[in-house]
Design a protein. Structure first.
Length: 291
């Protein structure tokens, strides 16, 4: 049997679905900067979105969107760690410089009275629970008014994460009640639950200055970033970028109040209270969920 006969036999017995998946993988890998939708990919391949979703998932074990997220995350890690690219430049490279978006979690917030903060949380009842999330284990805290805290840890680090958060409001009363915080964890880390018609309520507990900084963080849209100096100017304190950096580091509601989108003065990736690796993972995860 010659080479042409062999090739013809292989072509005749090849599952056509494989060719569809191969082309989809190639398209996503090449076009990830534009964050193509399922409809975009399906249209380029002459498939219906439903048909492509089923075929792709059956063959690869994950959806086209999940594969796009993985490709973007891998590239984000290369840009931020191996190549040392500043976050602003990395954002452009990853195709994250599109028009401004509403805050991805559609957050509405309120601040507790300054008296409660000064009393170090006295009078507050805070429920808490540990829950799995895309960034390890999330410690979620809530009052009867809404989400009050999110921290992160790896397995075995739960005690340290809890102690860190409780030290912020040492006179509050804490109750371990995962059933009360599970719905909030699901809401925060499941993009399908991000609903503008039902805003997520968060409770900010801090000084007046800290709250102003955290409010500014809430205005940074998905796929964007701001330097500490820019945040300082935004809140009318242009000479206080270091104080802004300190307030960012004390943000009690990580991820939802997106302190991971704050940069140093040069635009480079800086430290993160829960680890720079986790900060990079958040940026990559967000890149995969841009719409």
């Amino acid at each position: 049997m010659n080479i042409d006969q062999t090739r013809n036999m292989i072509d005749a017995n090849t599952d056509p679905d494989y060719e569809t998946v191969r082309k989809a993988l190639e398209l996503i890998a090449k076009r990830y900067r534009s964050q193509p939708s399922l409809e975009d990919i399906a249209g380029a391949l002459g498939q219906s979105p439903t048909q492509l979703q089923k075929t792709f998932t059956r063959w690869s074990g994950l959806s086209p969107k999940s594969f796009l997220q993985a490709v973007t995350l891998d590239r984000a890690k290369q840009l931020l760690s191996q190549e040392g690219l500043p976050l602003l430049d990395a954002s452009y490279e990853l195709g994250l410089s599109g028009p401004g978006r509403l805050h991805d979690l559609f957050v509405t917030h309120e601040a507790v009275s300054p008296g409660i903060w000064k009393a170090r949380g006295e009078g507050l009842l805070i429920h808490y629970g540990f829950h799995p999330c895309p960034f390890g284990i999330a410690l979620v805290m809530a009052t009867d008014r809404g989400l009050a805290g999110i921290a992160f840890c790896d397995p075995g680090g739960e005690r340290d994460a809890l102690d860190d958060m409780c030290a912020r409001w040492p006179r509050a009363r804490y109750v371990n009640e995962p059933s009360a915080t599970a719905p909030l964890a699901e809401r925060c880390f499941d993009p399908a639950r991000w609903d503008a018609s039902a805003p997520l309520r968060v409770v900010l507990i801090g000084t007046d200055f800290q709250i102003r900084v955290w409010e500014a963080l809430l205005e940074i849209p998905l796929g964007a970033a701001m330097t500490y100096a820019s945040i300082a100017r935004k809140i009318g304190k242009p000479s206080a970028p270091r104080a802004v950096g300190a307030a960012v580091g004390r943000n009690p509601i990580s991820f939802v109040v997106p302190c991971h989108r704050a940069l140093g003065s040069t635009g480079a990736l800086t430290g993160y209270h829960w680890g720079v690796t986790r900060k990079r993972a958040m940026l990559g995860w967000e890149a995969g969920h841009l719409v």
